[in-house]
Design a binder for this molecule. Sequence first.
Ligand code: SAM
Length: 523
Amino acid sequence: MFEYQVNFVKYKLRDYEKELAIKEFENQFPSVINKTITKEGIKFTTSKLMDELKLKKLTFYSEFHYRNAQFGKSNILTDQSVVESYKTYEPSLFQDLKPNKSREIRYLTHSLHEYKGRFYPQLAKSFMNYAGIKKGDTVLDPFCGSGTTLVESFLFGANAVGVDINPIAYLMAKAKVQSLLLRQNDLKHIRKAFENLNKKTGWEKIVIDNYNRIVDANYLKNWFPENTLKKIIFIQEIIKLFNNETYKLFSKVILSNLLREYSYQDPSQLRIRRRRDTPPENLIEVFKNNLNEQTENLEKFQLLDRFKLTSNIQNYLGDIRTLIKSTNLKANSIDLLITSPPYATALPYVDTDRLSLFVFGFADKSTFRELEESLIGNREITKSKREKLDKELERNFESSVLPIEIVQLLKKIYLLNKDASVGFRRKNTAALLYKYFLDMHYGISQISKVLKKNKFAFFVVGKNKTTAGSEKFDIPTDDFIGYIAEKNNFKFVEKISMTVQKSYLIHSKNSINAESILVLRRK
Ligand SMILES: C[S@@+](CC[C@H](N)C(=O)[O-])C[C@H]1O[C@@H](n2cnc3c(N)ncnc32)[C@H](O)[C@@H]1O
């Protein structure tokens, strides 16, 4: 007989994480029936050795022990403990690795670039165990943002497809995945290319106007101190010399991640607003330090030699509303969906990284607005577009492709704001929400075609609030997305309520009060 003890992580799990932890275990090991759940973890006895690879893949667990007369005692760390803690160890001490006492969410390439997302890596990974996916299965994240799901799928050994409409997110996601494959030689090579960066004074010789053709220099001059802009161009000139795509991606995202901080944009605001203080000037030094730190961490990761990383990860710059056209995905080809859709009145994803979009030539003054408007949940809408949507909403009060619960709430909001003397933002509310739910309907109907029958879909969704007339309304976006999904061949499994993390609330004032994990299954 084997006596097993599978321990939870050493930091405090939130209630919903505990729930997920138990589901992970139960769904991955349905044959374990007589288990005891204690404060430390799960205890059970079996007659045969458990699948060690599967145990190692559990998320909210730090290690497992087993005891047996023949095999003696064994103590094995989960992959999650290893990725969360290896950074602070010298490679010669890797055999002494201990699980972290606090939660780490920026391990490995997750730390390459900040992005306002809805979930953290552990969450995406726990969904993979909850769904019981196997090697060779494919995960889809059609709002993949900076690629959290893709990185986790890669580490898990699952194939993945990621789509996002924001070019800078696409760049980040690609960089975060591909950089995991950089070998020690590659990393040394990258470091060497920038070695003398702060000794050379090459940046002083840059004539900004010579780069007008490549970037909108006039626009950028308005947003960066002149010397900083010269440094940015100088670093980019070095990046251009690489003839390896991953080296370029890796260095570009490290540069991109610094741009807001070194510009006249107020780094504490998600919208592009001018800051009051002066930006720091040491861009080159900090770029180099960050690059060194990232390359050293990845070198250590290579020395761990624990992850095989052979699965196939595909990135697309595309639109969920035309998912099948954007990706060429076949019907019934996806085994699991993990995603966090944009908020109903979204975070300004492209505005937050506007300077990166301009610096890397993904947008200019003539295309930026169009890009912003293409994002689901964006708040910018012209009066004529709003009026058109209002009319369509009015026509659809009685029958719409949207579930009745949504139309009824939109009708109330619309009628209350219609004749009230309220500002244009309020006047826009019903039309914007209508557009948001319609877009989600189009997106979900595409997902429904590519997801295999019976397979799981996880949506991490926030609720919203709004005021119409003088009444306050809760918009249960999570339930509404569930109803839309039910109209598109999904069945409801459960809704797990999450407490909102403080870090997500900083910029959103009172607009989001709770988030949920919506678990669905394709019929
Ligand atoms: C909540 S974020 C996802 C963040 C992601 N989970 C991560 O880890 O970075 C929502 C994403 O939806 C993207 N998005 C908005 N409209 C879209 C559309 N029509 N098609 C695809 N992606 C879209 C935004 O660019 C944003 O990256």
